[in-house]
Design a protein around this ligand. Structure first.
Ligand code: SF4
Ligand code: SF4
Length: 339
């Protein structure tokens, strides 16, 4: 018995999901660029001793391990830590996003994800496609990010409140963000080679860093398994063209599944954007209610600005480390080893 070809009921309204998502992604990237610039001049000011720009607390969004530690410290003591409190608020905001909106942090906000996306799109447009690693290497490699996450989670899980406090308030803990900046300012040959390899790999393999190595993405993916949203395919409307699967940056078989529950789905809606059939594919909330792209954007904005705004209004956004401590510690950064 041959399979019957289904009739295409073409979509009438143009897709806006990618305009909405790229706008959010671009704005967040610019915000990070601005924070990075402020932080750079803050550190330069501390190094020269002449003072400089104020320290932007938002830089702590780049300290996910401090975010994890501070969250645990808060849960154990009920006290908002004085060192890198913004790391905790941002960590909670991003975990909350994953809980509600799948791994939307990766697909809509993360600047590394945004750069990664531009790299694979460059590769796709230059070489007429990307390269998918064979399953036997793809599956074990995808496990690497969970191993890295496990390593960090194990280290944090073994610390009690006094260990956490001792680490966070240690000289290394206080200027962990400056250490990170220093890593990129004084890139060693080995680190530069690793970065180049990652960039080249990202041109050929879609989201190489995110798919295989990012422990933060691994955590977001695990949390996203609890999200009520998922991509759902209507088998009656679907014409089996497989355009969605081809467009999916996570290489998910969207064209053969009814629902996407995978921890790899970054909620990017690329699959929905390319689907030609009316009502065949959508991001759905429970009871099959369709979630429009602007609703996702609005939910991301509410969560992000709501939590950051709360931290600011309640006086917990900025840490309690006095400027004189930075003035003393930053110039002696080079002598400080890793704990
Ligand atoms: S299934 Fe759709 S929303 Fe999920 S990662 Fe793939 S393209 Fe993006
Ligand atoms: S893009 Fe995917 S969901 Fe849409 S019609 Fe083609 S196979 Fe079906």
């Amino acid at each position: 018995m041959g399979t019957q070809k289904k009739m295409l009921i073409r979509r009438t309204s143009p897709d806006v999901s990618q305009i909405v998502r790229r706008t959010v992604q671009g704005l967040f990237f610019l915000l990070n660029l601005w924070i990075g610039t402020q932080f750079f001049f803050f550190v330069r000011g501390m190094e020269s001793g002449n003072g400089g720009w104020g320290r932007p607390a938002g830089v702590e969004g780049w300290l996910p391990i401090a975010g994890m530690m501070n969250t645990k410290y808060f849960l154990l003591t009920g006290e908002v830590p004085g060192v890198h409190p913004a790391a905790m608020f941002l960590f909670v905001a991003f975990v909350g996003m994953s809980l509600l909106l799948r791994k939307a942090f990766c697909g809509w906000l993360c600047p590394v994800g945004a750069v990664s996306e531009q790299l694979w799109k460059l590769g796709r447009d230059t070489f007429r496609g990307n390269f998918a690693l064979p399953k036997w290497i793809d599956i074990p490699l995808r496990g690497v990010k969970y191993l890295l996450l496990g390593f960090f989670a194990y280290a944090v899980a073994g610390m009690d409140a006094s260990d956490l406090r001792a680490f966070l308030y240690s000289p290394y803990g206080v200027i962990a963000d400056v250490k990170m900046l220093d890593f990129f300012r004084n890139l060693s040959v080995t680190a530069a080679i690793v970065l180049i390899v990652l960039v080249v790999a990202s041109v050929f393999v879609r989201n190489f860093w995110c798919r295989y190595l990012c422990p933060y993405g691994a955590l977001m993916g695990l949390v996203s398994l609890l999200s009520p949203l998922r991509i759902r395919r209507n088998e009656e409307r679907c014409i089996d063209c497989a355009k969605c699967a081809k467009a999916c940056p996570a290489n998910l078989p969207v064209d053969t599944l009814v629902q996407i529950r995978s921890a790899e789905c970054i909620g990017c809606l690329e699959c929905v954007a390319v689907c030609p059939a009316e009502g065949a594919l959508a991001m759905n909330a429970p009871r099959r209610r369709e979630v429009a792209p602007w609703v996702m954007a609005a939910a991301i904005a509410v969560l992000f600005f709501g939590i950051v705004g709360f931290a600011k209004i309640s006086g917990h956004w900025e840490g309690t480390v006095p400027e004189m401590v930075y003035r003393r510690l930053i110039p002696s950064l080079a002598e400080m080893g890793h704990p």
